[in-house]
Design a protein around this ligand. Structure first.
Ligand code: FVH
Length: 298
């Protein structure tokens, strides 16, 4: 893409991620304006052709689209809420991490100030930005997303999730739940096998196959959840719980932490107590849908 067709874009926040975002826009030929609280972080980008705006207000006015990527939403509100900043007419896409309530509140505040607002979440690390592997989620008005899709595609693979501004953050934290659960499950197994002299690299090869196999079950389990019906045609929840006992007993016998196995079994036991012992594993969605005050692990 050359400069004539590439739309100008502004990036506010030049931390590790912000610098990667601005660098990707420059590489894709977008005239890029940047601003950062610590101006020296713009030096390399200016050397690559970025324009350093003297103020946040000037940065917003320099382009039809402004990407915000700061530590948190509080930082964004401090910055954009300053009296000398006029948001009227700005198009903001906020790629700062946060939760869905923060995203919806930020959208209300932006729109009250006359700006248009899309929320977003980056499912990548800085080094991945600008490659197809960098998935970036967006939620808010579809017309705004489509109007700037071409510019956003300089960052990676962009996905539009829906009009609810909270969706990108919800998907982001749900994705983090998957990430940490898979990593913690692998660490549990690694700790157990370490006691038998099996190193992490050896078990990782086995664990990768298990993770891939379980991932294949998700569409069928999702169908049961969406239908609200969990006929057991693979294994009943009671069968799973008997093996959960084995996992707890084994963890304790080899002397490793059994908190995670006990939490897994505690939820399954509650579902069985509610009468779901003869149903397929995804019936547990009902337990995940209930907030619990008496969390077994503080
Ligand atoms: N880094 C990553 O791999 C992850 C990938 C997934 C998405 N996250 C989120 O991206 C946001 C920024 O992350 P970051 O890694 O760039 O964070 P830092 O390097 O710490 O840079 C923070 C920038 O925010 C500026 N800043 C902080 N507070 C204020 C404030 N009150 N006023 C103005 N700017 C502020 C900070 O400025 P400075 O310290 O350089 O002056 C940086 O530009 C984040 O939500 C991740 O969760 C990244």
């Amino acid at each position: 893409m050359n400069n004539e067709t590439a739309a100008p874009v502004t990036v506010i926040g030049l931390g590790l991620m912000g610098q990667a975002l601005a660098g990707a826009f420059l590489k894709a030929g977008h005239p890029t304006t940047v601003w950062n609280r610590t101006a020296s972080k713009a030096d390399q980008l200016v050397a690559q052709g970025a324009l350093l705006a003297p103020t946040v207000d000037a940065a917003l006015k320099a382009s039809p689209l402004t990407i915000v990527c700061l530590t948190d939403y509080q930082a964004m509100h401090e910055l954009l809420g300053a009296s000398e900043v006029a948001l009227d007419g700005a198009m903001l896409i906020n790629l700062t991490s946060g939760d869905s309530a923060q995203a919806r509140e930020a959208a209300q505040r932006a729109e009250k100030s006359g700006a248009r607002y899309l929320d977003g979440a980056i499912m990548a690390v800085p080094s991945g930005i600008g490659t197809a592997g960098a998935v970036i989620l967006h939620s808010g008005p579809e017309s705004d997303f489509e109007a700037h899709r071409a510019t956003l595609e300089a960052l990676g693979t962009v996905n539009y999730l829906g009009a609810d501004h909270g969706l990108a953050s919800l998907y982001d934290v749900a994705g983090l739940a998957m990430m940490w659960s898979v990593l913690n499950a692998w660490l549990q197994g690694t700790a157990m096998l370490n006691t038998a002299g099996v190193d992490a690299a050896t078990y990782a090869q086995f664990a990768r196959k298990i993770a891939a196999d379980v991932a294949e079950w998700l569409p069928g389990h999702a169908e049961q959840i969406d239908r609200g019906s969990f006929p057991a045609d693979v294994a009943t929840l009671e069968t799973h719980v008997r093996s959960m006992d084995h996992l707890i007993e084994e963890s304790e016998a080899v002397g490793v932490n059994a908190e995670l196995p006990k939490l897994i079994k505690a939820m399954a036991d509650r579902s069985i107590a509610a009468g779901h012992g003869g149903e397929e594993y995804p019936v547990l969605i009902e337990e995940f849908g209930k907030p619990r005050e008496d969390c077994p692990v503080r």
